[in-house]
Design a protein. Structure first.
Length: 243
């Protein structure tokens, strides 16, 4: 599924954070979102996922407007979202976390089997509370929960932040397979983005609530380039403005 965001404005209550973001994600590609802290990357993901209303501008999925339809409808339309820091039900068992996200979606049980094949640990620890998992396992569970809904686009907000390299590699490999199967993947990058930039096509640089640059992701792997782009971007973090 193709996602297009056009001149979107969004924020919290009367505080506008996004002042006009343009962004697209194509099926079968990994699209990165990069920018300094506070630039509005997470706000953009929340807006696409329907958790924040767009004040102006449009969001389309395969050409049809989804702006204003809300989080549930957005999810039902095939847009999966894993918020920054992941989101699992800490006091539910691993099994119930997976089941919770399976309730509403046709074909979910096949996708749960797939998750178990790929991560047998979730079968082994099915009855343990999710709170007993390591950070990397919890983040993996959060992504699995989003995938069980059978999305055609997956939004991942800093999915590997703070994780051990083994989990970073696993999640990067997993996402590469999903994209080569045709899924669109949006990845908000954190520190050490080299692994994901290497397999991503396009990177959107968000600065102070606006799309500052659209770059070939691999060009950011040239020595010093990433630092340069981030430094330029650092000139402005969002700085909320009142409507
Ligand atoms: N729930 C919220 N209520 C009010 N302001 C918020 C909220 N969440 C984030 N912000 C503000 O929005 C701006 C952008 O935040 P965010 O989108 O999280 O940035 P990023 O993900 O790029 O670090 C920041 O100034 C932040 O303080
Ligand atoms: Mg963020």
């Amino acid at each position: 599924m193709r996602l297009d965001v056009t001149a979107i404005k969004s924020g919290y209550g009367k505080v506008t954070i996004l002042h006009g973001v343009d962004f697209s994600a194509l099926p079968g590609e990994i699209t990165c979102v990069l920018g300094p802290n506070g630039a509005g990357k997470s706000t953009l993901m929340k807006t696409i996922a329907g958790q924040l209303p767009a004040i102006e501008g449009d969001i389309t999925a395969d050409g049809a407007s989804i702006a204003g339809v809300g989080a549930l409808r957005t999810c039902m339309l095939g847009i999966g979202y894993v918020p920054q820091g992941g989101n699992v039900f800490a006091e539910l068992s691993v099994r119930d976390n997976l089941m919770a996200s399976a309730q509403a979606f046709a074909g979910a049980s096949g996708r749960i089997d797939e998750v178990h094949r790929r991560f047998p640990i979730f079968l082994e620890r099915a009855t343990q509370n999710a709170s007993t998992l390591s950070g990397g396992e919890r983040q993996t569970l959060a992504i699995a929960m989003a995938l069980i809904a059978g999305p055609r686009v997956l939004l991942l907000d800093e999915p590997t932040a703070g994780l051990a390299p083994i989990f970073v590699d696993r999640i990067v490999d997993w996402v590469r397979e999903l994209a080569s199967g045709g899924m669109g993947v949006v990845w908000v990058v954190e520190q050490d983005p080299e692994k994901i930039l290497a397999i991503s096509k396009t990177t959107y640089v968000i600065k102070a609530g606006r799309t500052a640059e659209v770059l070939d992701s691999r060009s950011l792997l040239q020595p010093g380039r990433l630092e340069q782009v981030l430094l330029q971007a650092d000139e402005g973090s969002a700085g909320p403005t009142r409507a």
